[in-house]
Design a protein around this ligand. Structure first.
Ligand SMILES: [Fe+2]
Length: 237
């Protein structure tokens, strides 16, 4: 999972050439598959009227819903038009992606309304409807992510520059509240095989952030895991 850097021209300046490393999107997709598999289970397990537990779970559901919204917003903004211009043969695939994003957005609106109700009542009937809505997102997303990985990502890896690809990640980093960073980073690391984590940290994060992860953020992530899954968090891989 080595990040592809711009190559260097004869005069030493970086040359922006087509071709980028898209491995990070597979990690993000893995987190979403995991999230929409595990969140409905957590919601259904909250005892009726247990407002404290409902709030803990609701905050995690809100985070994963918001992350999906931001991720799709980034793809809508930075991928589809550019990809269609460069590879007109992809137009049909892009249409499918846009339609699936619209479908997911509608389902997220339903889930968000139920979430707002459930977190203030811990009503078990509302919780069941929320869990059903999250299941529905997971099902639609399962189809969408598979198609995106098969029909879109390999073409983007060929025709986008690394800087163009990185815009999607930068958009996500800018849109997330800073306090969610420990959980984002922890999930990214858990989404990759254990043997690749140290290398990923070195290649993708500057030293101050790596130090912050070791000293502070990892502990916050562990506390988040324990509060959600007291008996151990189901693995992402
Ligand atoms: Fe997508």
């Amino acid at each position: 999972m080595t990040k592809r850097l711009p190559s260097t021209g004869v005069d030493g300046r970086a040359v922006d050439e087509a071709g980028c490393d898209t491995a990070d999107i597979l990690l993000v997709h893995r987190i979403f598959r995991w999230g929409f598999r595990e969140m409905p289970v957590l919601v259904r397990a909250v005892p009726a009227g247990d407002l404290e537990r409902a709030e803990t779970v609701a905050a995690a559901v809100e985070l994963i819903d918001k992350a999906l919204h931001i991720h799709h917003e980034g793809e809508d903004r930075f991928i589809w038009d550019k990809l269609e211009r460069r590879e007109p043969g992809c137009a049909l695939h892009v249409d499918v992606m846009k339609a699936q994003h619209a479908q997911v957005a509608e389902l997220l609106d339903v889930a968000d309304a139920l979430l707002a109700d459930w977190r203030t009542t811990a009503d078990s009937a509302v919780g069941e409807r929320l869990a059903d809505a999250l299941d529905a997102i997971g099902t639609t997303l399962g189809v969408h992510l598979g198609r995106e990985e098969a029909d879109i990502v390999p073409i983007v890896a060929r025709v986008f520059t690394q800087a163009e690809w990185d815009e999607i990640g930068e958009h996500a980093r800018g849109a997330f509240p800073k306090e969610t960073m420990p959980v984002q980073m922890g999930l990214m690391l858990d989404a990759m095989p254990a043997g690749e984590r140290d290398q990923w940290l070195h290649e993708n994060l500057p030293l101050p952030i790596r130090a912050l992860w070791s000293l502070l953020m990892r502990r916050k992530y562990t506390a988040w895991q324990r509060s959600l899954f007291p008996e151990g968090m189901p693995a992402l891989v």
